[in-house]
Design a protein around this ligand. Structure first.
Ligand SMILES: C[S@@+](CC[C@H](N)C(=O)[O-])C[C@H]1O[C@@H](n2cnc3c(N)ncnc32)[C@H](O)[C@@H]1O
Length: 356
């Protein structure tokens, strides 16, 4: 009973009487805070799969430990990744053909960005700009070494702000922007997505490409995305989810939880949620045009290719030079493949618009 209520209080989707942070502005931005307050009680929609529930406080010590682990993991592994895969640290989007070369994989990563924009109906740069729909201010939440930021800044001629927990990534992203002549357009800093250092209603496009899975408190995460979005702004979340629960199920099967737990430990992930959980959160915040899709089939060639690249000479030597966390990450790659194949892990896109 006590354990049950502890878990409920710590569940990322179950915050009782939580005030919506996106109505209150960032604590450190020094901007006027909105006076409006809202009380919501999002309903539980699934029990999360992972036993990493203890990490779900989102505000306490365990969250700090998680963030430190994430920062160290990316500090250590980003150089290895860039060396082999370039500046996008996310899945590619593929047709059904799985026999693709590394250069095709890089194109597939760009395609992932384009498909996400298309899915969310963000107009392409070539379309009429007079309707004001082309994003001019973008935030890249969990920006890695800034691949999406630079791509989007170029595509739209937009200003882009990227945040990451990893100082090494922020520094590398800044250096790449400088060398590519984009310093006046994009900037990067170390900041927590759950406490974003931006005033309310700043961004036409709020972009989270494969960072949501790291967030220990999904409600706070989503609230922050909504808070910094401008009225009418688009929010795009591309993320790893667990499968939607079936009617009558209140949690994943023990073997599924076991599989995800191992992945959580290696990649510094808290417990997972489903795409349906995200949709319910967004609905509870009255967002417009909420859409979701399961893109698992379009990312199938990705992990086998990453695994294969780890077993090349370049991959092995880079891994050995990197450190324990990166090696541990490499060792669980087969579990990602298994999770996708067995239908436990879903590659999801969830998008919406903030009401005007
Ligand atoms: C898999 S990488 C994706 C990077 C980038 N979006 C891309 O597609 O190239 C995950 C990123 O999420 C960031 N991240 C994880 N948790 C975060 C948090 N609480 N606040 C800010 N960034 C976070 C990591 O630092 C890392 O940059």
């Amino acid at each position: 009973m006590v354990l049950g209520s502890l878990l409920i209080n710590q569940h990322p989707l179950l915050f009782k009487n939580e005030r919506l942070p996106w109505r209150h502005g960032p604590r450190d931005a020094g901007y006027p805070f909105s006076r409006r307050k809202m009380i919501i009680r999002p309903r539980a929609t699934s029990s999360n799969s992972s036993t990493a529930e203890a990490d779900n406080v989102g505000l306490g010590r365990s969250s700090l430990v998680l963030n430190k682990g994430i920062a160290e993991f990316y500090d250590e592994s980003s150089g290895v990744w860039e060396n082999i895969w370039g500046d996008h640290m996310h899945h590619g989007f593929y047709d059904d053909d799985s026999s693709v070369s590394l250069s095709d994989h890089r194109l597939a990563q760009i395609r992932m960005i384009e498909e996400a924009l298309r899915f969310a109906s963000v107009p392409s740069g070539e379309e009429n700009t007079s309707d004001g729909k082309i994003p001019k201010r973008i935030v890249d939440v969990g920006c890695g070494i800034g691949g999406s930021s630079r791509y989007l800044a170029r595509k739209y001629g937009a200003e882009c702000r990227g945040i990451t927990l990893s100082p090494v990534q922020a520094e590398r992203a800044t250096a790449l922007a400088l060398s590519q002549g984009l310093s006046d357009k994009v900037s990067f800093q170390v900041a927590d997505a759950l406490e974003q250092p931006f005033p309310d209603e700043q961004f036409d496009l709020v972009w989270s490409m494969e960072s949501g899975e790291h967030m220990p408190n999904k409600l706070k995460f989503v609230n922050e995305l909504v808070r910094v979005a401008a009225p009418g702004g688009t929010i795009i979340i591309v993320t790893w989810c667990h499968r939607d629960l079936a009617e009558g199920e209140d949690s994943l099967q023990p073997w599924e939880k076991g599989l995800l737990d191992k992945i959580c430990k290696a990649y510094f992930l808290p417990s997972w949620c489903s795409a349906a959980d995200y949709v319910k959160l967004l609905q509870s915040l009255s967002l417009d045009d909420i859409r979701t899709a399961d893109w698992t089939q379009y990312v199938a060639p990705f992990w086998p290719a990453v695994l294969q690249s780890a077993f090349t000479w370049k991959g092995l030597t880079s891994l050995l030079r990197s450190g324990f966390k990166t090696i541990k990450g490499a060792l669980v790659m087969p579990l990602m493949i298994e999770g996708f194949k067995k239908g436990v892990i879903k590659f999801s896109i969830i998008t919406c618009r903030k009401p005007k």
